[in-house]
Design a protein around this ligand. Structure first.
Ligand code: 4AD
Ligand code: MG
Length: 464
């Protein structure tokens, strides 16, 4: 007989029907006469209650039904007299698919997140991680749906690349060379002509440069793929391997770009509220009591549009009034997370879209403003998270772009193809990158980015 998934079973009201459910034991309790087994199959946060009359089953079998064991249960669907569930399954047959050893790490409730990270291979079986992973799936689906419905083309950019888009030098190298016997030139520098690609290559930090090629041909594209950064920052917001969504649009100006950023995030959060109710309610109860309220809030508030220069004066005002920041505030500095959070959480109490940054703190490709000092970069700052989106209008003028590249001494010999977009029918365009796990942090209320991706990669951590 075909099994019924628990998500479907709990909606059924054809009491008396014969059903088969399969899943893992969350808890077992009972009296002398009956045994109650809470079974979960991952299709929903909800468990189904299996009721077994002890007299009907072999004692040895019942003994082996412990937390974590995997069962196939055949029985009758019965309207439940107990609170918290509408139906239960009265077992007529129980098959033990997999017993669970006594040292099962997810046995006890209320383990620390630190403990669960060390057991990331098993933490997926917990309520919290089940909820987070189902929401993660829904968010990925929402993102594809949003761009598909708005006429963007899903565009695949390479993971192995020879260019450093962000120019931050945080790339993981890709090589097949023998690292113990490297070919070097007379000056001691490594030669790459005998390497797999005949040049030095790395894992991508962003698909944007290739995304621009797509957008200036197809009109509007988006990427959604793994991204790698070898930044040695051990924070609750950084991963060495994360997923980024990068839309890129031709014929767009700063205001329209910001409109897309806002509309897109709101769509994703709305989607979570509409499609992940049970999981969000669980997280709201167990992880963060203000989660649902915060998600609702974001959907209905207008984001603040704030010029960098104005942001700096707000921060300076705060300092003058006695607010203490760890890092000093002055025009030209890159905002630290404490500054971003002050603006968003204390000053405006709303998400903020900032723009007009000093060119020195932003990447070479951003469109330069007429003042010669600032660029049309636009970051979205969120409560609890800080920067969730980084984007910009791109410099489409060949001469201006070249002069910035020269000023920054960026090696452009491998980027001729990028510059060609500015020579052959250049057009105004722009885009942004949303860190998928940063969005996940916001939507789930989880505190650490390591807990919203199945198997996190961070400095010193590549287990599983
Ligand atoms: O601000 P970033 O560096 O922008 C870019 O890479 C642009 N090329 C994007 C574009 O315009 N197409 O990164 C974009 C976003 C950040 O706002 C953040 O949400 C996320 O990517 N991000 C990270 N997420 C997790 N771990 C890290 N180490 C991250 N670095 C950036
Ligand atoms: Mg950024």
């Amino acid at each position: 007989m075909k099994r019924t998934k628990i998500i479907d079973l709990i909606r059924r009201t054809d009491y008396g029907a014969k059903v088969v459910v399969k899943g893992w034991v969350r808890t077992k309790r009972g009296s002398k006469a009956v045994c109650f087994i809470a079974l979960n199959d991952g299709s929903t946060i909800k468990n189904v209650q299996v009721v077994a009359d002890i007299a009907d089953f072999d004692e040895e079998l019942l003994k082996q039904i412990t937390t974590g064991a995997c069962l196939s249960v055949t029985g009758t669907l019965v309207e439940s007299p107990g609170a918290g569930q509408s139906s239960e399954v009265h077992a007529t047959q129980i098959e033990l698919l997999g017993t669970c050893d006594a040292d099962y790490p997810m046995q006890k409730k209320g383990q620390s997140f630190e403990f669960m990270r060390k057991n990331a291979h098993m933490r997926l079986r917990t309520n919290t991680f089940g909820a987070v992973m189902r929401i993660r799936h829904q968010m990925a689906y929402a993102i594809h749906t949003y761009f598909h419905e708005h006429g963007y083309c899903y565009f695949h950019t390479p993971i192995i690349t020879a260019s450093d888009c962000e120019g931050a030098g945080e790339m993981f190298q890709v090589t097949t060379k023998n690292l113990y016997d490297l070919k070097k030139g007379d000056d001691g520098k490594i030669l790459y002509d005998d390497d797999f690609f005949g040049k030095q290559t790395s894992l991508t930090v962003s698909g944007q440069l290739e995304g621009e090629l797509g957008a200036t041909a197809l009109g509007a594209i988006y990427t959604f793929g793994p991204t790698f950064r070898a930044e040695n920052s051990n924070t609750p917001r950084h991963l060495a391997e994360f997923w980024m969504i990068e839309p890129e649009m031709a014929f767009i100006d700063l205001e329209e770009l910001q409109d897309v950023e806002e509309d897109f995030i709101k769509y994703c959060v709305r989607w979570a509220l509409d499609h992940c109710q049970d999981d969000l309610e669980f997280l709201n109860k167990m992880i963060d009591k203000s989660l649902l309220e915060r998600l609702q809030g974001v959907c209905t508030t207008e984001f603040v549009r704030l010029d960098y220069t104005e942001g700096i004066s707000i921060l300076q005002d705060a300092v003058n009034k006695g607010h203490k920041f760890e890092f000093p505030v002055s025009w030209g500095m890159d905002l630290a997370s404490e500054h971003e959070r002050y603006l968003v959480e204390e000053h405006f109490k709303k998400p903020v879209i900032m723009s007009g940054y000093p060119k020195e703190i932003k990447a070479f490709y951003m469109k330069q403003n007429a003042d010669g000092k600032t660029v049309q970069g636009t970051d979205v700052l969120f409560p609890q998270i800080g920067e969730i989106i980084g984007g910009s209008v791109r410099e489409e003028n060949y001469a201006k772009l070249m002069s910035r590249i020269e000023e920054l001494h960026i090696p452009m010999k491998d980027m001729w193809w990028y510059l060609d977009t500015r020579r052959f029918g250049s057009c105004p365009h722009g885009g942004f990158g949303l860190g998928f796990e940063r969005l996940m942090l916001f939507v789930t209320g989880m505190q650490n980015i390591r807990d919203v991706i199945p198997f996190p990669r961070t400095p010193g951590q590549a287990e599983f």
